[in-house]
Design a protein around this ligand. Sequence first.
Ligand code: NAD
Length: 363
Amino acid sequence: MSQEFNITVLPGDGIGPEVIREAVKILKIVESKKNLKLNLTEAPVGGAGYEASGHPLPEDTLKSAKSADAVLLGAVGGPKWETIDFSLRPERALLGLRSNLGLFANLRPAKIFAPLAAASTLKPDVVEGLDIMVVRELTGGIYFGEPRGVETLADGSRKGINTLVYTESEIERIARVAFDVAGKRDKKVCSVDKANVLECTGLWREVVTQVHKDYKDISLSHMYVDNCAMQLVRNPKQFDVIVTTNMFGDILSDQASMLTGSIGMLPSASLGGDKAAMYEPIHGSAPDIAGKDIANPLATILSVGMMFKYSLNLEAINTVLERVVDDVLADGYRTGDILSKGGKEVGCTAMGDRVAEELEKQL
Ligand code: NAD
């Protein structure tokens, strides 16, 4: 009997629908070659959700995501919705999905495909073979802590407040995700904090060290965030898994991503809930290139690979898909964002077709 999975597909805005179309091609090929049954349910989210129902995360969209085995998201946002009330902005849908699905762990691999080593702003020998996984805490920390806001003081001047809060259980669960992920990789975790200045991250360091006692085969090191930012450009290959807080992870994962050449290459997974996990490229809706069929679909296609690995327990498909992407790049095919001298420039659809054709042969 074929395995059956329910996947909620949320194209979103800007280039979201374009890159999702290519990712769906990949899902269809895997479905037919591997005798799976993938029930894809498409639903509006972000600006598209707002246009359809007056809310960036329509009720039916959330319902579908909650009952799915996995959620595949394109990207949300765009200039059209920049002036509407903050609570209705497309980006609010991301927070709504993460909190409703309980997705507290964001996995962002920064892996360099050999043919793209020259596309990095760093020297090829610094990045060749680079394969880092940033595990970012996603639902706590300073982005959610209370009190928050802007207050007017007695003298009429204003004060801005945000609060960094982590409970022991929030730290413990993200540490466990990082150690588990490292167990399937090079078995090295570097926990990043600012324990010399922030008491909250002093607790972070203590709890991570405690949890590590359950993972004897994994090595653990600690690093201050400012040093980590420096080490990521000095000698990024020293890292295997980096685990860190919401805000530090937000910044460091973007920094790590640029080591690989383009934001258009990087997938992500958000895990932690009881049921669906969510997979999406790390880039946004890129309104500057939307509708031109020039976006790089590979980040979204690689997100599909992560979905097979982490949600559908079909890790071998991810391995093949990564190899296929490497082969297509080695053949010289490039979207504009990763184009270098001698590359064969293709658009979004053509890049998706190249990967699809190659996958069909290799699966
Ligand atoms: P962005 O990631 O959309 O674009 C940054 C730059 O990278 C742009 O020059 C864009 O053309 C380029 N780029 C991005 N993805 C690409 C791809 N696949 N192929 C080729 N080039 C690509 O970030 P931004 O411009 O800061 O934000 C645009 C909108 O996206 C905003 O509304 C923002 O809020 C939203 N956003 C959404 C998400 C998300 O949905 N997860 C993430 C970040 C930003």
